[in-house]
Design a binder for this molecule. Structure first.
Ligand SMILES: Cc1cc2nc3c(=O)[nH]c(=O)nc-3n(C[C@H](O)[C@H](O)[C@H](O)COP(=O)(O)OP(=O)(O)OC[C@H]3O[C@@H](n4cnc5c(N)ncnc54)[C@H](O)[C@@H]3O)c2cc1C
Length: 411
């Protein structure tokens, strides 16, 4: 079980107390070291042995998800009073880096549950809502997700068509959401609980907590034959006259866009962290292979072109890792303010991950093309990081807008 953190002691460190030469951005406190060790063990014992099988079968591993819940890994940033570990953005990045070094698809399910649902609710919900929904979610007893995307509205999210109208005691929702991670557990079973964005008559967005069992809420199609992230369940969700009680509105009616934007910062950062996991694993695999594989009587690591793949990947991985953990250190979990770096870390780390997995396939030659050697799965999974949670093009626009408005962001 992940221990409750000693944040007071970690926050009381002053610059003068810190030994900057040995300070590790990824392991800033003993709590982070403990979490890292727990994650490494969990991945080695439980995640890695099942990763290839669930990729092949395109199934979500519910049993593994429950084990992550038992270890306290599903509510890392949820306050302790609601059953979480009360940890920070650095811990969130560690979680996603380590899981994605083995099984990015399972990692994506954990990400959608922990950050798109649990964290989103913890930051934007009321005390009463948090007390009602978060303890079961943090234990992994309920499976959560977030519904923003629609068949006709992804990047252009404000064009969404899902509508709500007010009625006595609450609201009625109508619409369809698609590509929803954790939308189902299997073909017949809907996920348990979702934050759903919908548009009111005044065109403003609101966010609702929609629960399995509400009349008119059902699982649509499961998306099959995905390029990657096949161990995560991606589905369409249908809302037909779903009556949502007033107590399930997140924050104020009409504040949905604000909630959405605030949560996108942690979402983008943890997706960037998935890129670190993929790039680091690809690098390890290619270095091991280059040491063992011989051609023309020499290990292939002696060939300059192979060295170039290894060295370039290392430099990009190290740069991405420093950027992601530094942004995590500065990211406040309770308010917006780090948008440019949340976008920029994901923009960079997603492409680093894809290049790293591609370089690994090249270094392994024919073996890299085969499932047994893992890197082709990482290569397929890496592509999602350039699309989900905002496309590369969306990051280009946001970053350019922020720099134009605030030139002082460039030191
Ligand atoms: C595996 C998977 C899991 C997902 N999980 C979730 C989830 O849990 N919840 C959820 O809500 N969504 C989820 N999504 C949806 C994801 O966030 C969207 O796919 C993404 O935001 C892009 O939207 P779109 O697919 O509609 O592409 P579009 O918005 O249609 O974009 C198509 C192309 O046009 C480009 N483009 C669009 N507008 C512009 C512009 N103004 N300028 C320049 N280029 C532009 C895009 O960058 C892209 O290249 C998931 C997607 C996948 C694939």
């Amino acid at each position: 079980m992940v221990n409750a953190p000693n944040l007071e002691s970690s926050q009381s460190d002053t610059h003068s107390d810190l030994d900057l030469a040995s300070f590790d951005l990824a392991l800033p406190t003993p709590d982070h070291q403990m979490l890292w060790d727990t994650l490494k063990q969990f991945v080695q014992r439980e995640v890695e042995p099942q990763a290839a099988e669930y990729d092949r079968s395109e199934e979500f591993n519910l049993e593994l998800f429950r084990k992550a819940g038992d270890l306290g890994l599903l509510g890392l940033t949820v306050p302790e009073r609601f059953g979480g570990a009360g940890l920070d953005a650095t811990a969130a990045v560690q979680l996603m880096e380590v899981l994605s070094s083995s099984d990015p698809g399972f990692g994506l399910s954990v990400l959608a549950h922990s950050f798109l649902f649990c964290h989103n609710l913890a930051v934007n919900g009321s005390e009463e809502q948090c007390a009602r929904f978060l303890p079961a979610a943090a234990r992994g007893e309920s499976i959560g997700g977030m519904c923003m995307t629609e068949p006709d509205a992804g990047t252009d999210v404000l064009a969404m068509r899902t509508r709500f109208v007010e009625e006595e005691g609450g609201f009625v929702l109508n619409g369809v959401k698609t590509y929803i991670t954790n939308g189902g557990v299997d073909e017949k079973t809907l996920g348990d609980i979702f934050i759903v964005y919908a548009k009111g008559e005044d065109k403003r967005l609101s966010a609702f907590v929609v629960e399995k069992g509400m009349n008119g809420f059902r699982l649509g199609q499961k998306w099959v034959d995905k390029l990657g992230m096949r161990a995560s369940f991606t589905a369409e969700l249908v809302f037909e006259g779903v009556r949502v009680p007033r107590e399930n509105v997140l924050g104020e009616v009409g504040q949905g866009t604000h909630h959405m934007m605030r949560n996108l910062e942690i979402e983008r950062l943890v997706i960037a962290a998935q890129g670190l996991g993929i790039a680091g694993r690809s690098l390890r695999i290619m270095v091991d292979y280059a040491n063992e594989r011989k051609t023309f009587g020499r290990p292939i690591r002696d060939h300059g072109q192979v060295q170039r793949y290894i060295a370039e990947t290392y430099a990009e991985f190290a740069a991405a890792r420093a950027f992601v953990y530094d942004t995590a250190r500065r990211l406040s979990l309770s308010r917006a303010g780090q948008r440019i770096d949340a976008d920029a870390t994901k923009l960079f780390a997603a492409q680093v991950a894809k290049r790293a997995a591609d370089a690994a396939i090249q270094v392994l030659g024919g073996a890299g093309y085969m499932g047994e050697y893992v890197v082709q799965r990482l290569w397929r999974d890496a592509k999602l990081l350039e699309i989900g949670g905002g496309t590369l093009e969306a990051h280009h626009k946001n970053i350019t807008k922020d720099l134009s408005r605030t030139p002082s962001l460039i030191p």
